[in-house]
Design a protein around this ligand. Structure first.
Ligand code: KIV
Length: 280
């Protein structure tokens, strides 16, 4: 059985930490799920770490839906949250509710995540009213990074700290079941976490959040283009993969792969009966 929205909210009440990681395909979803993660986020960071795009705003709704379906197929336990791409709810003439419904009906997600923007509350309320749980996202919001005044860390002065606290309160009122705090000073993240009753999930927001999220490809050392300060690399899967592939290349080149055990064979008696009839 999958982790439920209410069990995530209960974790905060019980003072238990919530764990969340991204995944973008069947294989990695099954790895993350086997490890026992609470929430699997199909983040729009897919644009950067899987599709090699410069900005998350480039990714399409269809791409997000396809990858979300793969993640749902690869997991059985974790709560799967689909990240709404920019084009699905912030672009002019987008249809936020229809987009959110596709994450549930086509991909099988249990919830969606929306980054803060000027109509975040209106859109969040509309989606929640339809019965789809929403995770909010404040602080550094990559989809609208150009509007954040050039600084990645948000909430370092009175005005921006006040704004973050107001946004968190509004999202809780709108019915969100949790909020991602990205690149927020730990003191402000702590205040927000203490003020609201829904869980905060931090990324670059210090240890007082109710939970933590990282991009899986950062944690595994798979993504090398840039590495934010808040990333802890738990493995070097890039180097391990290069090593494995080098071994494959060398085994093929020197004839060590494949072995007889890794090959199919035909019964020798049978083969001798038809061998001469083969036109070779
Ligand atoms: O897209 C993503 O991976 C995210 C996380 C950084 C929270 O939104």
């Amino acid at each position: 059985m999958r982790v439920t929205i209410s069990s995530i909210v209960d974790k905060k009440k019980k003072n238990e930490k919530i764990t969340m990681l991204t995944a973008y395909d069947y294989s990695f979803a099954s790895i993350v799920d086997s490890a026992g993660i609470d929430i699997i986020l199909v983040g729009d960071s897919l644009a950067n770490v899987i599709l090699g795009m410069e900005s998350t705003t480039e990714i399409s709704l269809d791409e997000m839906i396809n990858h979300s379906r793969a993640v749902v197929n690869g997991s059985a336990r974790g709560l799967v949250v689909g990240d709404m791409p920019y084009c699905a709810y912030q672009e002019e003439n987008s249809q936020p509710l229809k987009s959110a419904q596709r994450f549930v009906s086509e991909a099988g997600c249990q919830a969606v995540k929306l980054e803060w923007f000027d109509r975040a509350i209106e859109v969040t309320e509309e989606i929640i009213k339809s019965g789809i749980p929403v995770m909010g996202h404040i602080g550094f919001t990559p989809q609208t990074a150009d509007k954040l005044g050039g600084s990645v860390v948000q909430g370092k002065d009175l005005d921006t700290a006040k704004t973050l606290i107001e946004q968190a309160v509004l999202l809780e009122k709108a019915g969100c079941f949790s909020i991602v705090l990205e690149c927020v000073p730990w003191q402000i993240a702590k205040l927000i976490t203490e003020k609201i009753s829904i869980p905060t999930i931090g990324i670059g927001a210090g240890s007082y959040c109710d939970g933590q999220v990282l991009v899986l490809n950062d944690l595994l050392g798979l993504f090398r283009k840039f590495r934010p300060k808040f990333v802890r690399k738990y493995a070097d899967v890039f180097d391990a993969s290069v090593e494995a592939i080098k071994n494959f290349i060398s085994d093929v080149e020197n004839g060590a792969f494949p072995s007889a055990d890794e090959s199919f064979s035909v019964n020798e008696e049978e083969f001798s009966r038809f061998k001469d009839k083969l036109d070779v």
